[in-house]
Ligand binder design. Structure first.
Ligand SMILES: Cc1cc2nc3c(=O)[nH]c(=O)nc-3n(C[C@H](O)[C@H](O)[C@H](O)COP(=O)(O)O)c2cc1C
Length: 189
């Protein structure tokens, strides 16, 4: 596949539909190497990665369940079990953490754009290696207690959780915005 074909064919697969195998240790290294090589104004590198392998996914599921239960006392046992199993949906999960340098002269907005580029490179490298991925935030990307459990610094936030694995069948295409409606040529009328 050419690089252009790769980019044109990337699609997410739902984490719930993923199966083993996920990327192995060398694959993960290669994927993160790609994520780490993105445009980065000021050479700040305002991102970091937390990798969840087998045992860690189980462990963190329990943490998510505990936090959810404490914050939603009325939650049913079924809903709590769902939280516990969230990280078991895919063989590998990687959290991408935005870690901006707020004192730097490069605007924080630009640093977040670089983190987004890292996320996208991560997904493209995953696709290039023949795996599938899904970028999810869900409730646990916006929760102070989850941030504490992941030992995030006060200035850090979660850009997303990248669920990685294999697909049993090729994803079908989804509806996308009409590209021609998104392109204008200057000067616009
Ligand atoms: C920052 C970010 C957060 C996302 N969070 C979720 C999410 O929590 N739940 C969800 O269903 N899709 C989420 N998505 C969308 C999916 O990752 C995916 O992009 C979408 O299903 C479209 O499919 P495609 O990637 O094949 O174009 C998120 C995407 C981005 C960029």
């Amino acid at each position: 596949m050419t690089t252009l074909e790769l980019l044109h064919s990337r699609r997410s697969v739902k984490a719930a539909d993923m199966v083993a195998p996920g990327p192995n240790a060398q694959d993960i290294q290669d994927i993160l190497q790609a994520a780490h090589r993105v445009p980065d104004h000021g050479k700040i590198g305002p991102w970091r990665f937390i990798v969840f392998n087998e045992g860690a996914r189980q462990l963190f599921g329990q943490t998510l369940k505990d936090i959810y239960a404490a914050q939603n006392p009325e939650a049913s046992a079924k809903l709590l079990e769902h939280q516990q199993n969230l990280f078991l949906r895919a063989p590998v999960v990687i959290a991408v953490i935005a870690s901006p340098d707020r004192a730097h002269k490069v605007p924080e907005w630009e640093q977040h754009l670089a983190v987004g580029a890292a996320c996208q490179n991560l997904l493209i490298a995953t696709h290039a290696l023949g795996y599938v991925g899904q970028w999810l935030t869900q409730w646990y990307s916006y929760n102070d207690e989850v941030n504490q459990a992941l030992k995030l610094a006060p200035h850090e936030r979660i850009a997303g959780f990248m669920y990685l694995g294999s697909a049993t069948q090729a994803p079908t295409e989804r509806e996308r915005p009409d590209l021609s409606e998104r392109i204008t040529h200057f000067p616009t009328s």
